[in-house]
Design a protein around this ligand. Structure first.
Ligand SMILES: Nc1nc2c(ncn2[C@@H]2O[C@H](COP(=O)(O)OP(=O)(O)OP(=O)(O)O)[C@@H](O)[C@H]2O)c(=O)[nH]1
Ligand SMILES: [Mg+2]
Length: 476
């Protein structure tokens, strides 16, 4: 008989904590703990009662009323009998009740380990491993977007997608097995099969494996969105000194959010600020110009700028359009030439001061970059920020994605297993195309099937479970 576990669960900031108990002794604990406990306890019904075993001393934290909720297996979070106790007031009261529960002298009752409730839910088949992983993701979600993804995952969207892919693959595996066991004429003795039977069935299998393969590849692609949701998009603002980088940062953040550490002559500093554009977290990085690339004192700043550029998802190059391109512009432009121009926005600034640089000048150096003309003083700054936000939205191309309805990969373990499945499916397909035996292809396809199962938590070892549940807090 599994032990009965107890721990205090704090659902979140500002949400009342509860004492959670899971296991066969739940009902017995309620009977012993609640004075005047009714003979018949209705599962799912909330009972107001006094604590009998704890808090008999009126000065005790645990004295007075408490709320009891008994849930009968399997209709509970863990899938076991559960008891939840809530108590108005401080957590000290719950601590005291927990001690009382452990002191009741019921055999096999002990304090829970971190994550043990969710682990039991997983082991009892109430949730799959992707849902368990989402439980901690929700806590760690630093952005609205990653919270939305975790919420969708906890509802089982990702698990459902994986299950669908797997069930399609299982059908194909069955067909492959038929092909192995009964090659051509041997299926039914005496029955005349068309000569092309075997070839047709192989090409049919290849086609169907390709569909599965592309579903897996699509899921792998969503990891990009998962990363953006978690870490934000890094948009690095670069350009020569005095071109208006900090002014642009200020405009993009919206006035008043400009970090105090930033100043026009803060040579060498890169300043990071996180904002959100259409729900997508954006990390804006304001860099130093590359004025005197040979000046020793400016070297650290220049190195930081180069590093920031290397890590950028999007680069916003600010050019002072009122003065001629100089050596510093050219140095920076040289860096840009090797960049993916799809992710490059060139802002020709200071339109109010007249123009010596045109959009065409910039396009001739950076073909493919999105070029805009603007100034960053007064109301023009707002307009520029809006246009740049739109361009970034277009580059990220997230507009059509409904996070709540899409399965998005946020987790390295899941991604690794998907890559494994992808590789094995790829192998199975090319084997069949090269006329290699069905047995070999079937084996690879089977590995892919297993890898997908691992995402759901099927056949995973203790090591994986320890890694997943090791991240949990007490009571979860
Ligand atoms: N007239 C005019 N002045 C601007 C415009 N944009 C920025 N400035 C001014 O140009 C100066 C430099 O702007 P910043 O935003 O500090 O430029 P920066 O690129 O961050 O400069 P460094 O950090 O020194 O490399 C400030 O005095 C701004 O007010 C513009 O569109 N028109
Ligand atoms: Mg600046």
């Amino acid at each position: 008989m599994p032990e009965t576990i107890a721990a205090i669960f704090t659902p979140g900031e500002g949400i009342a904590a509860i004492l959670r108990i899971s296991g066969d002794a739940s009902l017995e604990i309620m009977r012993k703990l609640m004075s005047g406990c009714p003979e018949e306890i209705e599962p799912g019904r909330v009972y107001d009662g006094k604590l009998s075993a704890a808090g008999q001393d009126p000065a005790s934290e645990a004295a007075g009323e408490a709320v009891f909720l008994y849930l009968k297996a399997p209709a509970s979070y863990t899938g076991e009998d559960m008891l939840e106790i809530q108590k108005q007031g401080s957590n000290d009261a719950l601590e005291e009740i927990l001690r009382a529960v452990l002191g009741l002298g019921i055999e096999g009752v002990r304090e829970a380990e971190p994550g043990e409730f969710t682990k039991r839910a997983f082991l009892n088949g109430k949730i799959d491993l992707t849902q368990a992983e989402a439980v901690t993701d929700i806590r760690e979600a630093g952005t609205e977007m990653s919270l939305a993804i975790a919420e969708s995952q906890i509802e089982g969207h990702l698990g459902d997608t994986i299950r669908e892919i797997r069930s399609t693959l299982l059908d194909i595996l069955a067909e492959m097995a038929v092909d192995i066991d009964y090659p051509e004429s041997e299926i039914y003795e005496g029955y005349e099969y068309p000569e092309s039977f075997n070839e047709d069935s192989v090409s049919d299998i290849v086609n169907r494996l390709r569909w599965v393969h592309s579903d897996v590849a699509d899921l792998i692609d969503t990891a990009r969105i998962g990363r953006i949701a978690r870490d934000g998009v890094r948009a690095v603002i670069a350009g020569k000194s005095n071109s208006g980088k900090s002014s642009l940062m200020k405009a993009l953040l919206g006035e008043g959010q400009v970090p105090v550490t930033d100043s026009a002559d803060s040579a060498g500093d890169t300043v990071e600020e996180t904002t959100s554009m259409g729900g997508v977290p954006i990390v804006l990085v304001d860099t130093a110009g590359l004025r005197n690339i040979d000046d020793e004192t400016e070297k650290p700043g220049i190195e930081r700028t180069i590093l920031a550029l290397a890590r950028a998802d999007i680069v916003i190059l600010v050019i002072d359009g009122s003065v001629k391109l100089d050596e510093e512009d050219r140095k920076i432009l040289r860096f840009m030439e090797n960049m993916n121009s799809d992710h490059l926005i060139a802002v020709i600034n200071k339109e109010d001061l007249g123009r010596t640089i045109t959009e065409d000048d910039v396009r001739s150096i950076l073909p493919g970059a999105t070029v805009i003309n603007t100034s960053l003083v007064g109301s023009a700054a707002e307009d520029a920020a809006r246009r740049i936000s739109e361009i970034i939205g277009g580059i990220l191309d997230l507009g059509s994605i409904d996070i709540k309805e899409t399965s998005i990969i946020t987790n390295e373990r899941q991604l690794k297993m998907l890559r494994n499945a992808d590789m094995n499916l790829d192998e199975a397909i090319s084997m069949l195309q090269n006329g290699e035996p069905m047995e070999a292809a079937e084996l690879s396809a089977h590995y892919a099937y297993n890898a997908l199962g691992t995402i759901l938590g099927e056949e995973v070892g203790d090591e994986v479970l320890e890694r997943v549940f090791g991240k949990f807090s007490l009571g979860m």
